[in-house]
Design a protein around this ligand. Structure first.
Ligand code: IYR
Length: 224
């Protein structure tokens, strides 16, 4: 760090609400976030690269262990890459749905009507592949482990989903398993591991989502 720069700067508190404004504000925030749904039916309507870049910048404001920001976001808009990713993901998912997943797991997924077919990987205008960076290398190739990598990248992904939602766009958190084909296809370095594959786009006209609910306040919170 530049020694001329101060170690601490004043916290800019942009949104200081009065206590009497908080119940309404917090209810509105909840209602807004509660309207986010995972959508698997996408339109191929294009989205400007600038929009997705801003969404990724929003996600990158997430807190992280020792501010190491242990993430890389690969942004895929090329049809050739999308097709290759779809083919590789479907190969793994076919095996998952035909033997690798337990009967109990398949029963739990029945209400979502998912299967090994993943057309959204080619239809959505953008795929974001989030990689976690397990360690960094210095100029001499000495390894420095990052801290709380799963926590940090998980938080960034949550913020990414919310940023997508705030833009009126939709996403699905896709977790083909195993995911190492993404490292190979995208030629990622050894310190990066695939974390989540997130197609982003507009919803298809008439898109439907499963009729499922969320836990109640009583089920969620333990009061002390
Ligand atoms: N990864 C698979 C299966 C799947 C697993 C869970 I847990 C889900 O909540 C949804 C799907 C797939 O993407 O189809």
């Amino acid at each position: 760090m530049n020694p001329a720069e101060p170690k601490f700067v004043p916290f800019e508190h942009e949104l200081a609400l009065r206590p009497d404004e908080l119940p309404t504000k917090s209810r509105e925030v909840y209602q807004r976030m509660n309207s986010r749904r995972t959508v698997r039916e996408f339109s191929d309507r294009p989205i400007l690269k600038e929009v997705i870049e801003n969404i990724i910048l929003a996600a990158s404001t997430a807190p992280s262990g020792a501010n190491k920001q242990p993430w890389t976001f690969c942004l895929i808009g090329d049809q050739g890459y999308k097709k290759a990713i779809r083919q590789a993901a479907e190969k793994e998912e076919y095996e998952n749905y035909h033997g690798r997943m337990s009967v109990e797991w398949l029963q739990d997924l029945a209400k979502f009507e998912t299967d090994w077919n993943k057309p959204f990987l080619e239809i959505a205008p953008w795929l974001i592949v989030v990689f976690k960076r397990v360690y960094e290398l210095d100029q001499t190739d000495k390894k420095y482990n990052n801290y709380y990598v799963n926590e940090s990248v998980g938080i960034a992904c949550g913020m990414l989903l919310q940023a997508i939602h705030e833009c009126g766009l939709v996403s699905v958190t896709h977790t083909p398993s195993p995911m190492n084909f993404l490292s190979k296809l995208l030629k990622r370095p050894d310190n990066e591991r695939p974390f989540l594959l997130i197609p982003v786009g507009h919803p298809a006209e008439g898109a439907k989502v499963p009729n499922i609910g969320r836990k109640s306040k009583e089920e969620l919170i333990c009061y002390y």
